[in-house]
Write a protein that binds this ligand. Structure first.
Ligand code: PLP
Length: 395
């Protein structure tokens, strides 16, 4: 049975989203910047989507939403745009966490090479952020702080509203960017009346297609635009707007907003069933998603003394699809930077698997996963070089 448990990598496009998009690919194809009537229809569709995304993010002014090609672009726009706008010889300090997605960490590393000074804040063994250490790093030289809302590998949720508020108490000029990709559509978001300046989302994580994202820019938060050209998106992001995909993002946003509570209840129930079922049935299983604050769809479990890539290959043969970390870092044999930051012991670091569900996950899939995964782990335990250690665990 095909069992897709990798929804943090990407999700299936909702049929209602697809239906709303199709007319904008052939029937209403005008360039939204053109002056004639059909073009006004496409321009209006974009504005409606902007309002829908604003609603998902708890933002009363839709003009604060800019459409982008993906959340990687949104993060690059916010981070590079803020530092470029604010850099002086004295102001060159930027802060983030050790557990960010590569779309933030790589930009920070690149900025370090260009002469910026960066601080990377750690997390504790549960994956929670050390907020006091972060606040201690904020000085008059700090220009940007980036903290993700929910972690893509463990699902840990960080209190970004509170962190932004505390940061601004120390230095009100600091700009605060939040990678909200794994939070949007999973937990309520209310950006109005917060100190968050920039917030990024990605359509393909909540049932819109890949290749469409958005960036919230608080009124008055200045940055140098990343993509230059025409005057689209209020001259903040050039390039002819991808009308059909923007319409899809708007529809997905409004579906997510309206069904958040119900979906979350069911997704959480299935996630908890999978998680407790695996921990009960498998003696070398250790929970990595230990924070009390996490999104409802994710769990990360380490299987001690077993190689994660092997687990994934065996699961693949059974039609069970999961992942060992961020899709953007798969292919690298390095263990997850998120789990290393959390000090997950080496015994389960290499055998850690992320399972992520969605509103399309069915009970039968969870039952199938619960019946097959323990057999796979048992098989792999038999060929592990750590027989003595596994025996001690009763395997
Ligand atoms: N940020 C987080 C937390 C993610 O999980 C991802 C995708 O995996 C991204 C950013 C990048 O999103 P996109 O694929 O839209 O560039």
């Amino acid at each position: 049975m095909e069992t897709y448990l990798d929804n943090n990598a990407t999700t299936k496009v909702d049929k209602n989203v697809l239906e709303k998009m199709i007319p904008y690919l052939n029937e209403f194809y005008s360039n939204p910047s053109s002056m004639y009537n059909p073009a006004r229809k496409t321009a209006l569709a974009i504005e409606q989507a902007r309002s829908q995304v604003a609603e998902l993010l708890g933002v009363s002014n839709p003009k604060t939403i800019i459409f982008t090609s993906c959340a990687t672009e949104s993060a690059n726009t916010a981070i590079k745009g803020v530092v470029s706008h604010n850099k002086t010889k004295e102001n060159n300090h930027i802060i983030t966490t050790q557990v960010e997605h590569p779309c933030v960490l790589s930009v920070y590393e690149d900025l370090e090479k260009k002469g910026y000074s960066a601080s990377y804040i750690g997390v504790d063994e549960n994956g929670d952020l050390n907020i006091d250490s972060l606040l201690k790093k904020v000085t008059s030289k700090t220009i940007l702080v980036s903290v993700m809302h929910a972690n893509n590998e463990t699902g840990t949720v960080y209190p970004v509203e509170k962190i932004a508020q505390e940061v601004k108490k120390i230095n009100k000029n600091v700009k605060f960017f939040v990678d909200g990709v794994q939070a949007a559509g999973k937990i309520p978001i209310e950006l109005d009346n917060t100190d968050i300046d920039f917030y990024s989302i990605s359509g393909h994580k909540f049932h819109a297609p890949k290749g469409i994202g958005a960036l919230y820019v608080k009124k008055g938060a200045l940055f140098d635009p990343f993509i230059l050209g025409g005057h689209q998106e209020n001259s903040l992001r050039a390039g002819t707007q991808n009308t059909a995909f923007i319409v899809g993002l708007g529809e997905a946003a409004i579906i997510a907003k309206n069904t958040l509570e119900f979906e979350n209840k069911e997704v959480r129930r299935l996630r908890d069933k999978l998680e407790s079922g695996l921990l009960d049935r498998i003696k070398n299983a250790k929970l990595n998603s230990k924070s009390k604050n996490r999104v409802p769809n994710t769990t990360n479990i380490g299987f001690e003394y077993i190689e994660g890539e092997l687990i994934l290959l065996y699961l693949n043969d059974l039609g069970i699809y999961a992942s060992s970390g961020s899709a953007c870092t798969s292919g690298s044999l390095d263990p997850s930077h998120v789990l290393r930051a959390q000090k997950v012991p080496f015994t389960s670091l290499h055998g850690s698997i992320r399972f992520s569900l969605s509103k399309y996950t069915k009970e039968e899939e969870i039952d199938y996963a619960l019946s097959e995964i323990p057999k796979v782990i048992e098989k792999l335990a038999k060929i592990s070089p750590f027989q003595d250690e596994l025996k001690k665990l009763g395997m």
